[in-house]
Write a protein that binds this ligand. Structure first.
Ligand SMILES: NC(=O)c1ccc[n+]([C@@H]2O[C@H](COP(=O)([O-])OP(=O)(O)OC[C@H]3O[C@@H](n4cnc5c(N)ncnc54)[C@H](O)[C@@H]3O)[C@@H](O)[C@H]2O)c1
Length: 253
């Protein structure tokens, strides 16, 4: 079932999650789409159904542990199994470390790490019970690999996602479950439109060797590859999709 079986994507109502759902649909994979935003979720589901794949939806907030576990089980039931999970739902903030509050950390970790952990664990339990293996892809960020201004809570939540990915890859390998992360750089999505001011935008364009923001579709292709059979010997990895940002040293003006 790891190859082309049903995939559940969280945060599928917008941005990278929506693009990922469409890429999976184009690849013919049955889809379970989850988001707290029922309208965005409905729009993504409609677009995917237009590509002639089975699509089931669940409106749930990943910070509600019981609802999230039940939604994942229900989606897997309705889809007839679970071969892949894309843990994409996430939120961010950009503010100086000196202005961060503990509440910023609680709010962001609740979605980006704790919600992701619950979904990963429940999906893994479903896969272990079925005995069919599977693939889990966590959406991290280059903010989890480098110290970036304004990213105290967001960046540390994504660094934690990267380590959790490695731990899960090792512990779940005996069950035939691969776990990887994708770490996007700056990608044009509604999240970024809200988070990146003019100065941030100019700084990214200076520091990304390809000199542009990425598209959600460019991230979706990496996720699709990691989730699918072409990546059958890849586990515990962080695939950076960032126009060369994390690799760069000195850049010309
Ligand atoms: N856009 C970027 O530049 C960028 C860079 C690195 C990493 N990321 C990561 O990619 C992922 C997607 O980001 P995006 O830019 O597409 O954002 P987005 O805001 O466009 O989409 C995020 C989706 O997640 C959903 N969501 C948020 N909180 C949720 C919750 N508690 N429960 C259920 N659904 C929830 C939202 O409703 C939305 O549909 C996030 O994990 C983000 O941190 C984005």
């Amino acid at each position: 079932m790891t190859g082309s079986g049903p995939a559940v994507i969280t945060g599928a109502g917008s941005g990278i999650g929506r693009a990922t759902a469409l890429a999976f649909a184009r690849a013919g994979r049955p889809l379970g789409l989850l988001d707290r935003d029922a309208d965005g979720l409905g729009r993504t589901a409609e677009a995917c159904r237009g590509l002639a794949v089975p699509v089931e939806t669940a409106t749930a907030d990943v910070t509600d542990e019981a609802a999230l576990r039940e939604a994942l089980r229900d989606l897997a039931r309705r889809l007839g199994g679970l071969a892949a999970l894309v843990n994409n739902a996430g939120i961010g903030t950009e503010k100086p470390l000196l202005d961060h509050t503990l509440d910023d950390f609680h709010r962001i970790f609740a979605v980006n790490l704790f919600g992701l952990f619950v979904a990963l664990q429940e999906a893994a339990r479903i896969m272990v019970e079925a005995g069919s293996g599977g693939s889990i892809v966590n959406i991290a960020s280059v903010a989890g690999l480098r110290g970036s201004v304004g990213r105290a809570a967001y960046g540390s939540s994504k660094a934690a996602v990267i380590n959790l990915t490695q731990v899960a890859a090792v512990e779940l390998a005996p069950h035939g479950i691969r776990v990887n992360a994708v770490a996007p750089g700056p990608i044009e999505t509604p999240l970024v439109a809200a988070m990146h001011g003019e100065r941030t935008r100019a700084a990214w364009l200076r520091q990304v060797p390809l000199r542009r923001y990425g598209t959600p579709e460019e991230v979706a292709e990496a996720v699709l590859w990691l989730a699918g059979p072409q990546a059958s010997y890849v586990s515990g990895q962080v695939l950076v999709v960032d126009g060369g940002f994390a690799a760069a040293g000195l850049l010309p003006a």
